[in-house]
Design a protein around this ligand. Structure first.
Ligand SMILES: Nc1ncnc2c1ncn2[C@@H]1O[C@H](COP(=O)(O)OP(=O)(O)O)[C@@H](O)[C@H]1O
Ligand SMILES: [Mg+2]
Length: 363
């Protein structure tokens, strides 16, 4: 049987570069070599796309800082639109990555999870694991995602959206009158808690606003939901399945970058200790949100729980894939081992692509 050639795009120039390297290493290890040929496509922190032989060191070293790529080494990769999914590099290298049957972008945050890579792959006609262009962009943008959730009657924390030019007229007292105290200030498009501050007083408020604007032109100020954090996995295309829910208990004031990635920064309990009714509500909202936001393949959906009230926090279209990451752990506990999960995701991507190709708009 012909092997499936899977391109793994990883690294990237978002602040979540290192996480992507760890996730990609695990995804690659899980791919059965009798069924899949893996083509590594690393992106370094400067945004340079690397050839397969240059991509290896990124994974081995774990940190792209330690990989020295001289200008001479850098060879460019080209995706050729309309050329039957071909990925080309400069001839002189002799390391032609060739055709790809599917690509798994193991990238987190902006320029990876936000529809940009998805658009590139769609343009050249390569099936792509996970959400498509629109869905990726909508889920990445917390303001847009919230408005869709509200339309679908899915509760989400109250918030104010602020553009950079509007910050001059912003007053702390007006904000807390509307949202209560404390509040969270966050960039609209980011991830891994980068640029997020929990604000309890006027002193930290304005600094938090400046910090969030370092990462985006648009930020959210949100009421704090003081309670528990519950995460759930969704898998599928038109008829998505949901995993058991898990509970993240961070060893920090909130689920900060450091709690997410340092050793013992978080305790993740699967299944979460929840009443059956609450599990059902979370699972119903997760499926509804997945479909409302046009997700495809996978999503990890995060909730807050205050008493019995469930709030949807956010939808992650490319969740972490390290061996301890919530998404694979949730599926493992729900009867889908890591390697099967990756295989299902690849099949779902190819299935969605085939369905798309059958549309009449394609000649
Ligand atoms: N409204 C909120 N109420 C309570 N905690 C919040 C709120 N918003 C964010 N947090 C905390 O900050 C973390 C990161 O926020 P989130 O909106 O999920 O951004 P990211 O996309 O960076 O993960 C959450 O997991 C939670 O611990
Ligand atoms: Mg989050």
């Amino acid at each position: 049987m012909k092997k499936t050639r899977v391109g793994i795009i990883f690294g990237g120039c978002s602040p979540e570069h290192e996480i992507s390297l760890l996730s990609a290493s695990n995804v690659i290890r899980a791919l059965n070599p009798t069924k899949y040929d893996v083509v590594l496509i690393g992106i370094d922190k400067k945004g340079q796309w690397l050839l397969p032989n240059q991509s290896h060191p990124l994974l081995d070293f774990g940190r792209s800082d330690s990989v020295r790529i001289t200008d001479e080494d850098v060879q460019s990769l080209a995706l050729l639109p309309g050329q039957a999914t071909e990925l080309r590099c400069e001839e002189k290298t002799g390391a032609h990555p060739g055709n790809l049957d599917v690509v798994f972008p193991v990238l987190h945050g902006p320029m990876g999870e936000d529809g940009t890579i998805q658009g590139l792959l769609r343009f050249v006609g390569i099936p792509c694991v996970g959400a498509g262009v629109l869905s990726s962009a909508m889920c990445m943008d917390k303001e847009v995602a919230k408005s869709i959730l509200k339309q679908s009657h899915i509760p989400t924390p109250n918030s104010i959206c602020l553009r950079a030019h509007e910050k001059i007229s912003l007053k702390y007292q007006d904000v807390i009158k509307k949202l209560g105290n404390p509040i969270f200030v966050k960039p609209a498009n980011m991830g891994s808690s980068v640029g997020i501050t929990k604000v309890k007083d006027e002193e930290t408020f304005y600094a938090a606003i400046e910090e969030a604007f370092l990462y985006d032109h648009k930020i959210l100020i949100e009421e704090a939901i003081v309670g528990r954090e519950i995460e759930i996995g969704v898998l599928g295309n038109d008829f998505p399945e949901v995993s058991l829910p898990g509970e993240a208990i961070p060893n920090d004031e909130f689920y900060t970058y450091s709690a997410k990635y340092r050793e013992a920064g978080v305790r993740f309990i699967v299944p979460a200790d929840l009443p059956k009714k609450t599990v059902e509500v979370i699972q119903i909202y997760a499926k509804k949100a997945f479909l409302a936001l046009s997700c495809q393949g996978m999503a990890r959906i995060d909730f807050f729980l205050r008493g019995e009230q469930v709030y949807l926090n956010e939808v992650n279209t490319i969740p972490g894939f390290t061996s301890t990451s919530a998404f694979p752990v949730l599926w493992q506990a729900s009867g889908v081992p890591y390697a099967d999960l990756i295989e299902r995701l690849i099949s779902l991507a190819i299935e969605a692509h085939e369905k798309d190709r059958r549309l009449k708009r394609n000649y």
